[in-house]
Design a protein around this ligand. Sequence first.
Ligand code: IDP
Ligand code: MG
Length: 141
Amino acid sequence: MALQRTLSIIKPDAVKKNVIGQILSRFEGAELKISAMRFALLSREEAAGFYAVHKDRPFFKDLVEFMISGPVCIQVLEGDEAIQKNRDLMGATDPKQADPGTIRADFAESIDANAVHGSDSPENAATEIAYFFPNMNIYSR
Ligand code: IDP
Ligand code: MG
């Protein structure tokens, strides 16, 4: 068991659906603590910078346009094995492939509008947390 932090984003589709609270409850129900949280309407540059690892993928432009289509709600989650635990709660990238009971199975419409982002490794979690919460207090409890 390792205490970790991970970056979570409730994407514009889920914010529009008014299911922020239901998604946050999944994290809390799995003993992940919300250590930092803010809303943002990302600029194109911020969204493109965040997803820079995907810049050569065919879906990159659509992904950036989707991520700036409305406000997002960004969290730092903390807990034992938080990175993998959040990935398990999220379900597969394509909601059609996601296991029943996962966030994407329950709240996502498509591979483009798939409700949530979650860091996929300790290295990316550190980079992503610093990207959205620079110089901000993150409260461990
Ligand atoms: P993840 O969000 O499950 O980690 P990634 O492979 O990191 O998935 O892709 C980042 C995001 O890019 C996905 O959440 C999804 O919104 C979008 N995406 C990934 N693959 C595709 C695709 O094949 N078509 C359209 N969008 C995609
Ligand atoms: Mg990813």
